[in-house]
Design a protein around this ligand. Sequence first.
Ligand SMILES: [Zn+2]
Length: 161
Amino acid sequence: MTGHLEEQLSAYMDEELSDDERRQIEAHLEICESCQVLLEELLTLQSNITRTYEEIQGPADFEIRVMQVIADRQEPAAAGKGWIFVPLLSFMALGLLWFAAGAILMKLINGFLKLVVALVYMASHFVSGVPVLSGAVVVLSLIILSTSVYSLRRLLQASTS
Ligand SMILES: [Zn+2]
């Protein structure tokens, strides 16, 4: 055998060699310090890999422990069941308040809409009597519409970027 054993050492470690090849390698290892060091490094690496693999195998136990921690934390809360009514009652109170406020708001919106409709009706009657003014109103509303769309677009672009 000539040269060092770099390529045969892993096969030697995995016991994939014939008895003859084994004996040759062992004979070489006795006289060659660099191959001894290499073999030791490879063995250390192998044991590290094995240990890491065993650590990776942990999650089954880890999951159980996490579940245990969660169960432990939930127990004192479950012991005093009264606490659950506090958020429930406040939620119901909030709902009632929202309902009442909503009813008032609806009346306000309804009144406001009626007012707007009346104003638009009046305005349209007034505008139809004056053709020049009607054209001006159309142009003005188009300008307002386009500027509001433009500003809305810029606002959206600013919020997304
Ligand atoms: Zn060697």
